[in-house]
Design a protein around this ligand. Structure first.
Ligand code: CTP
Length: 213
């Protein structure tokens, strides 16, 4: 099968020296990509900036902003069987990019940055691209984890949402460990707490089982 996997953070530039981003390391998406390539699947890995090595056998498409990621996904999604959106896409970007470095002034200590919503790349898969393959999203939550995950499953028309509680110390963002519950339209399956490498293999198996059904 062919897998499309988004991973890592996006960076939304403010001026030539600054950007908005988040703590995503990319480890979860890269672990799924590595597991899929190891099983002989073709993997298109669309990734924001990370320090990780590209897993062997994966085709990397490096991107920087949410807009770049959205465009790359749009270019590829009609050619894949499974799309897994593991990227921590910045929800907002500055309305205007300042071409020169923003300087402090002596008149005020305050600064306001106007932001505009980024495209929801996961939701666009069905709504804009009419994607008909297996669609898997993540839900990073700090409260009401399963309720919020199920709301995302329905709103973004996913087949499966992998929910994780990012309020737990040493878990989720930028750690090697994660605790995941797989939320399907009709059931929930606890994958438990594992290394992201192991979870990558478990998630890959869930996707293979889903497609074989
Ligand atoms: N996602 C996306 N594009 C966005 C925002 C999110 O593709 N602009 C995807 C993520 O890759 C993930 C899922 O949507 O698979 C949920 O991301 P999450 O950050 O948990 O939720 P949001 O949709 O951003 O909602 P909120 O921040 O309100 O929880």
């Amino acid at each position: 099968m062919t897998f499309l996997i988004t991973a890592g953070p996006t960076r939304e530039p403010i001026d030539p020296v600054r950007y908005l981003s988040n703590h995503s390391s990319g480890k979860m998406g890269y672990a799924i990509a590595a597991a899929a390539a190891k099983k002989g699947h073709r993997v298109i890995l669309i990734s924001g900036p990370t320090i990780l090595n590209v897993p062997s056998g994966c085709d990397l498409i490096p991107v920087e902003t949410a807009a770049d990621m959205s465009q790359a996904v749009g270019n590829w999604i009609s050619r894949v069987d499974v799309a897994i959106m593991a990227a921590a896409v910045a929800d907002f970007r500055p309305v205007e990019y300042q071409t020169q470095k923003i300087k402090k002034t002596t008149e005020t200590d305050m600064m306001t940055l106007e932001l505009i919503k980024n495209p929801d790349i996961l939701a666009e898969a069905r709504s804009i691209h009419g994607y008909g393959g297996l669609l898997v999203g993540f839900a990073a939550e700090t409260e009401n984890v399963l309720h919020n995950a199920r709301e995302k499953l329905n709103r973004k028309k996913c087949d499966l949402i992998l929910a994780n509680d990012v309020s737990q110390p040493n878990e989720g963002f930028n750690s090697d460990q994660n605790t995941i519950t797989a939320v399907y339209p009709d059931k929930e399956v606890e994958l438990g707490s594992h290394s992201k490498t192991h979870l990558g293999a478990l998630i890959l198996e869930l996707c293979e089982d889903f497609v074989r059904r």
